[in-house]
Design a protein around this ligand. Structure first.
Ligand SMILES: Nc1ncnc2c1ncn2[C@@H]1O[C@H](COP(=O)(O)OP(=O)(O)OP(=O)(O)O)[C@@H](O)[C@H]1O
Length: 306
């Protein structure tokens, strides 16, 4: 379990992390979301003892990182996957990490196998692709089979198979009762991976909820409609204030409800062949939640809804 209490980090006049208190519990995957510059990496660096907190505490199973006897056996981390010596081999990196943490070297070959790098174990890391760097970073995090994993954008640069592999890996770790805390900007992937979400903006906590509760908090779920023919669809689309036509006879309406759309279709004499409330996307809910706290936002106007 990771426990943050009043965790704060200031860089001169910039408050990177602002009085953050939360528990990242074992047995589940907790997603860590926030716009660029929200303070996710800084929070993770403080958990891992790489940045000193200006105020507050970050504890791993009740102790600060600096007081862990065998850090790699208690917490595995992936922060900046590219920060590796380019001339060393993948295996060389992991062997050095294993030796300095009292981990048997045979574990290195196990994790290289787990992350799919066994065939390139003796290649120079300098020649690795971004995806291979990520896999090697994850191998390092898994080396000590720790009960806590802190992963900063682990799927960054991975192909779809790699993304899915990370998802299955972290779900398996949580299934073993381990604590997984991971950040990502890929909302659709986060929706599939995380049980719980922590959202921050400008260093402050915006939400700390189970996934289902966060999705339910969204303004409204989109409504899918299919009509009998395209002319009727056009009539219905013209009468809705916020609708995306998704096919000849299909549209998705936002900011409304299935009953309101059904009533409207009835009034217009539009024959509805399908009417369904869709699960709101995490992306949509996240965008609404963080709209006020974008450090580098664009100025597009939010759409009016009916
Ligand atoms: N060493 C530093 N000196 C000054 N400011 C810093 C330093 N490190 C981070 N910051 C600032 O702290 C804030 C939080 O940065 P951080 O990298 O933690 O955000 P993030 O949520 O990880 O962003 P991203 O999604 O872009 O990785 C930003 O405003 C950043 O500019």
């Amino acid at each position: 379990m990771i426990t943050l209490r009043g965790l704060t980090k200031r860089h001169g006049g910039t408050v990177a992390v602002d009085d953050l208190s939360l528990d990242v519990e074992e047995g589940r995957v907790t997603g860590f979301l926030g716009p660029n510059g929200a303070g996710k990496s800084t929070t993770m660096r403080m958990i891992l003892g790489l940045d000193h907190a200006t105020a507050g505490t970050a504890l791993i199973d009740g102790r600060p990182y600096a007081r862990l006897r065998h850090p790699l056996r208690e917490v595995g981390a992936l922060l900046d996957a590219k920060a590796l010596h380019p001339a060393r081999s993948a295996r060389g990196h992991l062997v050095a990490q294993a030796r300095s943490n009292g981990i048997p070297v045979r574990r290195v070959d196990e994790v290289l196998e787990t992350v799919g790098l066994a065939a390139v174990a003796r290649k120079r890391v300098g020649a690795f692709s971004l995806g291979m760097h990520q896999r090697l970073g994850i191998a390092g995090a898994l080396l000590g089979d720790p009960r806590v994993l802190v992963l900063d954008e682990p799927v960054n640069g991975l192909d779809p198979e790699g993304v899915r592999w990370v998802r299955e890996l972290v779900r398996k770790q949580a299934g073993r009762g381990h604590t997984v805390f991971l950040s990502s900007h890929l909302m659709s992937e986060m929706q599939l991976t995380a049980d719980r979400l922590v959202v921050i903006g400008r260093g402050r906590l915006l939400a700390d909820l189970p996934m289902a509760d966060l999705l339910a908090r969204g303004a409204s779920a989109p409504v899918h409609v299919r009509t009998a023919d395209s002319g009727e669809l056009q009539r219905l689309a013209g009468a809705l204030r916020n609708a995306d036509v998704t096919g000849d006879t299909a549209l998705v309406a936002r900011g409304t409800t299935a009953s309101a759309v059904g009533d409207l279709a009835h009034r217009l004499g539009v024959r509805v062949h399908e009417l369904r409330t869709l699960t709101p996307s995490l992306e949509q809910v996240y965008m609404e939640l963080t709209a006020q706290s974008l450090e580098y936002g664009t100025s597009s106007e939010p759409k009016a809804g009916v």
